[in-house]
Design a protein around this ligand. Structure first.
Ligand code: CAA
Length: 380
């Protein structure tokens, strides 16, 4: 695998890093403290082409490759993990399935506004009783003439309070299990779609989630994404890409914690010397950097396989598993390097620690990633 970045990728990193440092980082603590959605940053990401990074230009996207998406996600998430996940949901959980499964008419109508950032998207798979067991869908879509009537509840929907457009997975034929699930694209402002209050969360507090309630919500056939009964595959293929995005978000969180710890260790003195001159601290920092780089390699590899058009289910699971566990470990150790200062909100590492946790949970818990990885080892 060639690890060198193209000139275009280097330019993208420069542009996004400047945006992240100048505009995103200064707001991150306030967004977290006040659980405030960064509307103005989302608008700026739209202007910079960061909301439809891999969408082809004919549908108003930036037409870049999967590694560019990873690079941009890491930069934004280093500054603010909340802003990172808002971006990742729009790119990989909403634009990506539309690129792959929508017909041309659907792409013009639904994908292009999302890629331009005129609209924001959400992905509605999880339910109160269908989290890890994604096939246990209770939300029903019942065929009625040439439309479907949808009833049910979706849970923990990232961007739910703000979304204009949603990808919905629900049951059309319950007796068929996962083969009875169908995907739809939803106008989130339409009749019969309501949002619950936003969830009060441990971390990524600037990114809002809520329940979505469907009550006799009617959608025409033209809003079905792919064939009836193919929804589970739409969901799984979408998550194969989404997990690369979350791995990149974890890289950003891990890098932010590592960089803060390394800087602090160069300033803080104990026993007459900088704490980085104590081997206990220096070795901790060395391990953090190694694990960060190893996670980056796994994430680049998954993006590289996606670029080649080969199935990358396992590579994405490996990247997400390792990167999310790395981010948690690095953030925990960064607090240790900061000591008492790491435990107070005056310094950013407690936020990184809280933000890191969700990367081990959403888009498939670490246990689900291990199931996906281990399933390829089972002799059939
Ligand atoms: N791509 C294409 N098809 C796939 C696939 C993939 N990656 N993975 C599985 N499939 C297919 C299988 O080939 C099989 O097909 P057939 O019907 O033809 O046999 C079918 O799907 C069923 O596969 P499994 O038997 O493996 O399915 P399962 O019910 O055992 O579940 C699972 C597998 C991996 C545990 C899955 O349920 C899963 O990933 N769960 C986690 C769900 C998840 O990640 N939720 C996150 C919600 S989104 C979110 O978090 C967004 C946010 O807020 C940011």
């Amino acid at each position: 695998m060639d690890l060198s970045l193209t000139e275009e990728q280097q330019a993208l990193v420069g542009m996004v890093r400047e945006f992240a440092n100048r505009e995103v980082r200064p707001l991150a603590a306030e967004l977290d403290r006040e659980a405030k959605f960064p509307k103005q940053l989302v608008e700026r990401m739209a202007e910079l082409g960061l909301l439809g990074i891999e969408v082809p230009p004919e549908y108003d996207g930036s037409g870049l490759d999967p590694l560019s998406y990873v690079l941009a996600m890491e930069e934004v998430s280093t500054a603010c993990a909340s802003t990172g996940v808002i971006m990742s949901v729009n790119n990989s959980l909403v634009c990506d399935p539309l690129v792959k499964f929508a017909n041309d008419e659907q792409k013009q109508e639904w994908l292009a506004p999302l890629a331009r950032g005129d609209k924001l998207g959400c992905f509605m798979l999880s339910e109160p009783n269908a989290g890890s067991d994604a096939a246990a869908q209770k939300t029903r879509a019942v065929r009625d003439g040439d439309s479907y009537v949808i009833n049910g509840v979706k849970n923990w929907i990232t961007n739910g309070p703000q979304a204009d457009t949603g990808i919905l997975l629900c049951m059309t034929e319950p007796e068929k299990g996962h083969r009875g699930i169908t995907a739809f694209v939803i106008d989130m402002h339409a009749e019969g779609v309501e949002r619950g209050p936003k969830d009060d969360k441990l971390g990524i507090r600037g990114s809002h989630t809520c329940q979505i309630f469907f009550t006799d919500h009617r959608v025409p056939m033209s809003q079905r994404l792919g064939e009836e009964g193919h929804g589970f595959k739409v969901a799984m293929a979408t998550l194969d890409c989404g997990r690369i995005g979350i791995a990149a978000q974890a890289l950003g969180i891990g890098r932010a914690a590592f960089e803060a710890a390394a800087e602090y260790a160069n300033d803080r003195k104990t026993f007459g010397k900088r704490i980085i001159d104590h081997q206990a601290i220096a070795f901790m920092l060395a391990d953090m950097e190694v694990e960060l780089e190893a996670a980056r390699m796994l994430t680049y590899r998954a993006a590289n396989l996606k670029q080649k058009g080969v199935r990358h289910t396992k590579a994405s699971a490996m990247a997400k598993l390792y990167a999310s566990e790395m981010a948690n470990k690095v953030a925990k150790n960064a607090i240790q390097v900061f000591g008492g200062n790491g435990y107070v909100t005056e310094y950013p590492v407690e936020r990184h620690f809280r933000d890191a946790k969700i990367t081990e949970i959403y888009e498939g818990t670490s246990e689900i990633q291990r199931i996906v990885i281990a399933s390829s080892l089972v002799r059939r």
